[in-house]
Design a protein around this ligand. Structure first.
Ligand code: OSB
Ligand code: MG
Length: 375
């Protein structure tokens, strides 16, 4: 297939409620949508999951716009590509910038699946008809607030509850929630807020039967996490630390984690996600699909990835209504009793709603072989 055109839309959407992590609070969400066209009337869609501020990872919306416009699009546009795996090879000479790469690569995967008349899940090799999903709840000021928020999502049937924690809003909140919900699968995500000096505190989590503690230590660490995992019983899950198959291998070899959260953007795309999947399956390391508060486009990619067999734990891909007053795809992603039915349509299987997309687009750039040639 020939990539005739890459269209980058600058989007601005506002979440229904603010989301707080150990780093801060966000509600307005600027992001980039990528549409690749083949010149035969087919479009593939991808989303950059970079945030406006580099608190989670070093990439931002603006660095992604630069990378996509000036570096990555010129490598792809006007080119003949027979399989999306080639995109990650073409991008192989560019260091990192994984979220920018994944936005384009994901769009090429969607285009490929549509042209082959397959669902994206089938193109990836997945075969689940439904996926299990959990929910991620931002840091709450008090145990009472957390209990009430958890209650709402337990009533909706989400398969596991993840609570964001930070120093000063951790052990007592987890204790209270566990007391109120003795049997609900619970976990905590620290987004790198602790160090090995906090080992005694993190060890106290062992009494609450959490399914895991996600990324307790530094965003770029795998050494200290191995030390921590030896000191505590709760399984450690790595998020921020894993950017590639190589990182996953090192973490598994060192014993830095027992579980990995795969985010397509963080690892540079679906091809790399599949490689991590296959390696972890062989090593008996269970996976789940993380989230980046995506719009429906990114959410659809997460649903497709989760159909691979070693995604055995419920992920963070909640229904569209958890985030948006209205999403930009038809139908919206719906979670019923913690299950999302994988759509049957070709490619991502949800239709991008051009009217709604237009409503939230603040700027649009188009790259073709001619614009690439002028660089
Ligand atoms: O660490 O998994 C995380 C949201 C933004 C940035 C990082 C994370 C999260 C979440 C929410 O936990 C995931 C979601 O609901 O999309
Ligand atoms: Mg996380």
């Amino acid at each position: 297939m020939k990539i005739e055109e890459i269209r980058m839309r600058h989007m601005e959407m506002r979440m229904k409620t603010p989301f707080t992590t150990s780093f801060g609070t966000m509600q307005d969400k600027p992001f980039l949508l990528i549409e690749v066209r083949d010149g035969e009337g087919n479009s593939g869609w991808g989303e950059s999951v970079a945030f406006s501020h580099p608190w989670y990872a070093e990439e931002t919306v603006e660095t992604n716009a630069h990378m996509i416009r000036d570096i990555l699009s010129p490598l792809i546009v006007g080119k003949e590509i027979s399989h999306p795996d080639e995109v990650s090879e073409i991008f192989g000479g560019i260091r990192r910038n994984n979220m920018a790469k994944a936005a384009i690569e994901g769009a090429v995967w969607d285009l490929y699946a549509k042209r082959e008349k397959m669902t994206l899940a089938q193109a990836l090799g997945g075969d689940k008809e439904k996926i299990d999903v959990g929910i991620s709840i931002g840091v709450q000021d008090s145990a009472e607030a957390m209990i009430e928020t958890v209650r709402g999502f337990v009533e909706q049937g989400y398969k596991r509850i993840k609570m964001k924690i930070k120093p000063g809003a951790d052990i007592e909140i987890v204790r209270a929630v566990r007391g109120a919900f003795p049997d609900v699968p619970l976990m905590a995500d620290a987004n790198s807020a602790y160090t090995l000096d906090d080992t005694d505190l993190l060890k106290q989590l062992d009494e609450f039967n959490l399914t895991m503690i996600e990324q307790p230590l530094a965003h770029d660490d795998i050494i200290d996490h191995a030390t921590l995992q030896k000191a505590i019983d709760t399984p450690v899950c790595l998020d921020e630390s894993i950017h590639s198959l190589e990182d996953a291998k090192k973490a598994v070899e060192l014993g830095s984690c027992r579980i990995i959260n795969v985010k397509i953007g963080r690892v540079g795309g679906l091809t790399e996600s599949k490689k991590i999947h296959d390696y972890c399956m062989e090593k008996g390391i269970p996976l789940w699909c993380g989230g980046m508060l995506e719009s429906g486009i990114g959410r659809a990619h997460n649903v497709a990835l989760t159909t691979l067999p070693n995604f055995v734990l419920p992920g963070d891909t909640a229904g569209s209504d958890r985030y948006w007053v209205e999403d930009i795809i038809t139908p919206e992603v719906v979670a019923v009793n913690g299950e999302i039915t994988v759509p049957a349509g070709y490619g991502i299987g949800y239709e991008p709603d051009l009217g709604k997309i237009g409503k939230y687009t603040t700027a649009e750039e188009v790259f073709t072989a001619e614009t690439a040639g002028t660089k």
